[in-house]
Design a protein around this ligand. Structure first.
Ligand SMILES: Nc1ncnc2c1ncn2[C@@H]1O[C@H](COP(=O)(O)OP(=O)(O)OP(=O)(O)O)[C@@H](O)[C@H]1O
Ligand SMILES: [Mg+2]
Length: 294
């Protein structure tokens, strides 16, 4: 292990030891990688980009990105603002199709299928690859109807026991106990953290395989953010999670693999999270992680 290893937790004198409170985002200068991260050696690849380029008009936002994302793992995408993280996420379930200026070349496989093949239905694809956004965005409907939405749209509401499916998704999103007696109340009346878990319940109800999360905790307070982090740890038992975050502590805590993008849309390094944070191969990654730029 190299000399800049962060395996020893930082002991900053300003940490409040009497309460155990530590604002690690502010105080810590080194990053502690979660020891519980899962090995990705034996994981199947579920999403694979091969020389993927995305342009907005003539400007290139992703530059020849090649990457293999493991199934049932958490993959974090980090990098400075404007480096193409959201663009990459949107290219996986073809949300970029909705941006008229956007065009794509190269290949993006979901399992063995190139999602840009002509016979792929983007709506069906998005059922398999769900999405959670930065700001919680429940529909102005009841909690129940928010979760049932995807199943009804798919016409599955008759096939499945809707009540059971709603309960399962809310339990899966660690929200059931808090809302089980108020399923008819508006999703908009929940707290921000509850709303984000409701959005996760809505995303998992149609039983996707991959969940894309674009900075899902950046609008939340630390307690609510921590609940989402715990939830992500559970979700990977069943799903593949690909998460964009600006919070490097968070990437280190929750992800198994980390992809580092830098300005110009270049994927500079992609490796086990511990390697990225403790022993990156590229000097630019080390500079970014230690805050020298970005
Ligand atoms: N709808 C759009 N139309 C035109 N250009 C866009 C659009 N969305 C993104 N871009 C450009 O593409 C590049 C990558 O943007 P993107 O939003 O993917 O970056 P990001 O890494 O997610 O940034 P942030 O961390 O700020 O969210 C930027 O130069 C951005 O200005
Ligand atoms: Mg973004």
């Amino acid at each position: 292990m190299s000399s800049h290893s962060s395996s020893t937790p930082t002991t900053d004198e300003s940490t409040d030891r009497t309460t155990g409170a530590s604002d690690d985002a502010i105080i810590q200068t080194e990053i502690d990688v979660d020891d519980n991260s899962r090995s990705t050696d034996d994981a199947e690849t579920i999403v694979r980009a091969e020389r993927l380029n995305v342009y907005y008009n003539d400007d290139r936002a992703l530059d020849d990105v090649t990457i293999e994302i493991p199934e049932n793992r958490v993959t974090a995408m980090i990098g400075p603002s404007g480096c193409g993280k959201s663009t990459f996420l949107r290219s996986i379930n073809r949300m970029n199709d909705r941006i008229p200026a956007a065009s794509v070349d190269g290949e993006l496989y979901f399992r063995e299928k190139n999602v840009y093949d002509e016979d792929v239905d983007p709506v069906a694809l998005r059922r398999k690859i769900g999405q959670v956004f930065q700001s919680p965005n429940p529909f102005p409907k009841s909690i129940y109807d928010n979760v049932a939405y995807g199943l009804r749209v798919q016409g599955k509401a008759d096939e499945v026991d809707l009540d059971a499916a709603v309960e399962r998704a809310l339990r899966g999103a660690a929200l059931w106990d808090e809302v089980k007696d108020q399923l008819d109340e508006s999703g908009l009346d929940l707290s921000g953290g509850q709303q984000q878990r409701l959005c996760i319940a809505r995303a998992i109800a149609p039983d996707p395989e991959v969940i894309l999360m674009d900075e899902p905790t950046s609008a939340l307070d630390p307690v609510a953010a921590s609940k989402i982090e715990d939830l992500i740890d559970e979700l990977v038992e069943e799903y593949t999670v690909i998460i964009v975050t600006h919070n490097m502590q968070q990437a280190a805590r929750i992800s198994d693999r980390t992809a580092v993008f830098l300005t110009g849309g270049e994927l500079v390094e992609f490796d086990e999270t511990a390697t990225i944070f403790e022993n990156p191969a590229d000097d630019r990654v080390e500079d970014y992680i230690t805050g020298k730029f970005g």
